[in-house]
Write a protein that binds this ligand. Structure first.
Ligand SMILES: [Zn+2]
Length: 614
């Protein structure tokens, strides 16, 4: 082969393989006209969807989610709640018995597809409860777009789980995951998870949604209201523009969201305020004695956005709405649906901080919730603890903002029902196992990384991760890539132990021997996850002296940490069960010695971590 030709060939295949591995993401653009029959909790919908296939693959089918089909007796959601019994989702049952089983026929949730066309031609489709498979007439080639049109009607379900009607706080309709929604397609294939009450995933989409509804309703939504002067609640100068049926049309737009969600009620009040260098914040809720803390929460919510912007990254959308609706709290694009009645201010702010935090971890950083729920809930919980610690400082000082979460994890492990964080969100058999695997293990994943690499490095990892991946669909592999580059450490072992297993950390002090001018300590690894060890002494004159015992597997040791300056001593090979160190302090010079004075290490047994010298 001619050398020049060989070079061209190499370049060509090099380019081809680079392209094959390049990141891409799909895009959807919805235009919807919705006509709501508020009395009967139904609506008719028309949708025009421009779908762009940016993947390197040719698509012969596309999938849509029809979430509301889950809200009926005998559905997969009902089956799951029934078979899980008391270990299942308490919001879908009374004393372990599914409340879906008793929904009357005319109050069942439904999304009835009348027809779907591609570029004007009818398409064949099949529905398996909450998933619709659509066969394309002509394949959708890589890097091309197609136009779907569709008509359907829907019944807002009686049962509330995320969406539904007449929630317990008296909100008429919470309308989320409510339209035929195209599924996400990426390197992992189609995200066709059946809806059983929990996780979502979707491509980033643009929206133009016109909602026609009885003029007495006020709508709260995640998006921009384009005609506040024609509808109720948003502008005191508004003159309602009604049609012959006494309905007004609400015109909403949004860009780059995973979902367009809204709620409607006749008794909503709309409040708003602007966060400096942040979003315009809307509060849409029923003003009453029971919701009195909403007013007081405003300065805290302002600080929340400011801290998130400074520590993680800048919020990218123009507004954010806290909407009283739904059940508990659930995040959507540019808004949350949350229960609004609160017994305490910090309880309400805590919920707002958590759900608002999801606009970063879940919406802007759009992880696949079904496959990696621990990133979505865990990273959100991590910032919850940091921010709530600042907004409502604890009465007695804590070693770090995460001590309560670490304690809860420690107590949970003792119950012996833990499941790995890497497990699929909807497939945990026990609701508690789900919560700990996702919220707590996910949060402590970051806390342990802060301990291993130092907090300054972790902060830089988080900001870099946000900068590189905002408005994309990062995975844990993308996160680990940045974490390893910034810290210079090998951290694959930690990711694997922590996320894919239920192994635990347990180090202890086995023996302390005092000599005339020194003290010799033997430490023991009694657990199943190896970790680097921070070892410290509190001297008799109340000074803290820190030593770092690196774990050989990280290859590089931490250089700084806000929890103290660490003198690095010889490393601990992960295969070795014991480690002995001698420090140049006599017994009379020491008042205490122990493992991890910062209390970040998720050691499951603290009893043997500290020795007080008397
Ligand atoms: Zn959450």
């Amino acid at each position: 082969m001619n050398k020049g030709f060989f070079i061209i060939l190499t370049l060509f295949f090099g380019l081809l393989s680079a392209q094959k591995n390049a990141y891409s993401q799909q895009h959807a653009k919805y235009k919807m006209d919705i006509d709501v029959d508020a009395k009967n909790y139904t609506y008719e919908g028309k949708q025009t969807l421009t779908y762009t296939n940016n993947s390197p693959d040719e698509l012969n089918v596309v999938y849509f989610h029809l979430y509301w089909n889950a809200f009926k007796p005998g559905s997969m959601m009902d089956q799951r709640v029934t078979s899980q019994g008391k270990n299942g989702d308490s919001r879908l049952q009374i004393n372990g018995v599914s409340t879906l089983a008793s929904i009357p026929k005319d109050e069942e949730g439904a999304q009835n597809i009348h027809w779907i066309k591609q570029n004007g031609k009818d398409l064949k489709f099949e529905i398996q409860e909450t998933i619709m498979k659509v066969y394309l007439n002509s394949p959708l080639k890589a890097n091309s777009s197609t136009l779907f049109t569709m008509e359907w009607d829907a019944v807002i379900p009686m049962q509330i789980r995320r969406a539904g009607r007449n929630n317990r706080e008296g909100i008429d309709m919470t309308v989320t995951q409510w339209y035929p929604k195209i599924a996400e397609y990426d390197y992992d294939g189609w995200a066709t998870f059946d809806y059983i009450g929990r996780e979502f995933h979707a491509p980033f989409s643009d929206y133009e949604v016109n909602i026609k509804i009885d003029k007495n309703y006020v709508i709260g939504a995640g998006g921009t209201l384009e005609n506040p002067l024609e509808v109720k609640g948003y502008d005191p100068k508004a003159t309602l523009k009604t049609d012959k049926n006494n309905k007004t049309t609400w015109k909403w737009t949004a860009k780059n969201l995973l979902d367009f969600a809204w709620a409607a009620d006749r008794d909503y009040t709309v409040d708003s305020f602007v966060v400096l260098n942040g979003p315009k914040v809307y509060y849409v809720y029923q003003k009453s004695e029971k919701t009195k803390y909403w007013e007081e929460s405003k300065p805290f919510v302002t600080q929340f956005f400011q801290i998130m912007n400074a520590t993680f990254g800048r919020y990218v959308y123009p507004s954010y709405s806290f909407i009283q609706g739904g059940d508990g709290g659930m995040e959507y694009g540019m808004c949350t649906m949350m229960l609004g009645e609160a017994r305490t201010l910090d309880g309400l702010v805590g919920l707002m901080v958590h759900e608002g935090g999801h606009s970063y971890n879940q919406q802007i950083m759009a992880y696949n919730e079904s496959m990696r729920p621990w990133m979505d809930e865990g990273f959100t919980s991590y910032y919850d603890d940091i921010i709530m610690h600042q907004l409502f400082p604890p009465k007695s000082p804590q070693a770090n903002p995460f001590t309560t979460s670490i304690d809860r994890y420690r107590n949970f492990v003792k119950r012996g029902i833990e499941e790995p964080a890497g497990w699929l969100g909807d497939h945990h058999d026990n609701g508690n196992a789900y919560s700990f695997a996702t919220y707590y293990k996910g949060e402590l994943f970051l806390v342990q990384l802060g301990y291993i690499m130092g907090e300054q490095n972790l902060a830089l990892v988080m900001r870099t991760f946000y900068n590189e991946w905002n408005l994309k669909h990062p995975t844990d592999r993308d996160f680990m890539n940045i974490a390893q580059k910034i810290s210079g450490m090998d951290l694959k072992w930690f990711h694997h132990y922590w996320i894919n297993t239920t192994k635990t950390i347990d180090y202890g002090i086995k023996e302390v021997k005092y000599d005339e001018n020194s003290t010799t300590i033997t430490l023991e690894n009694k657990g199943t996850i190896p970790m680097p060890i921070d070892f410290s002494i509190l001297t008799a004159d109340k000074k803290v002296v820190n030593f770092q015992i690196p774990l050989n597997m990280t290859q590089t040791w931490k250089s700084k940490d806000i929890y103290g300056d660490f003198k690095t001593i010889p490393y601990w090979p992960w295969t070795q069960k014991e480690y002995t160190l001698t420090i140049p302090y006599s017994k009379s010079q020491i008042s205490a010695l122990g493992i991890d004075f910062s209390q970040r290490l998720a050691d499951v047994n603290l009893e043997d971590n500290l020795v007080e010298v008397k």
